[in-house]
Design a protein around this ligand. Sequence first.
Ligand code: SAM
Length: 231
Amino acid sequence: PPLYKQRYQFVKDLVGKYKPKKVADLGCADCTLLWMLKFYNCIEVLAGLDICASVMKEKMHRLYPLPADYLQPSERSLTVTLHHGSVAHEDPCMLGFDLVTCIELIEHLEESELEKFPEVVFGFMAPTMVVISTPNSEFNPLLPGVTVFRHQDHKFEWDRAQFQSWALDAAKRYGYSVEFTGVGNPPTGMEDVGFCTQIAVFVKKYPQTSEPAQSKKPTEAAYKTVTVYPS
Ligand code: SAM
């Protein structure tokens, strides 16, 4: 299967395994991953965030209930919310999540945004689990036609050592453990380059130590809510 499907499958497998109730997808683009996650019965709250409102709205109708959902209302309640904003900003709507996914997001961040990202995601949002995927630059020589970056909007592409040292530093600073894996196997004989997409899975070390220091967390919204279901 194509690489993007393998990335979505990776997240779907994690959801199937850990059964999170509240999942947020940061840099959700056209909401494809959110749409796939909608079919997991463990999920009660789905939230998306993107800096580009138009791409987020393009296919967001897919998130709305199907006629069958009205005819045969199920036991579970599902709330879907889409927000227009940046991962460089803190908004209380992102508090209390079990899983936060950032699929092919960080390499699109400006230096100043990337600098704020760990504090926002791990320090402020502080979900139980975080998944971050990004290209592994060591794989690039195997990709036809890739000279500098895989996409012109990428601000950087890291090798495994760079990604792992960044992730380990964030994990240490904010009390997470982290494990590295990936999707997109290298061809036989080229195993040394690693996966095409590298993935870090972070798990909070001390979950639910009473109420987190919620008092110091801002209550003011920084994102613009684009859509909510049910309204
Ligand atoms: N996660 C999706 C996927 O895997 O198919 C889309 C990844 S797309 C390559 C990167 C997305 O990140 C774009 O939709 C872009 O608008 C969004 N993005 C870039 N900078 C952002 C920021 N500072 N805050 C939130 N989203 C951002």
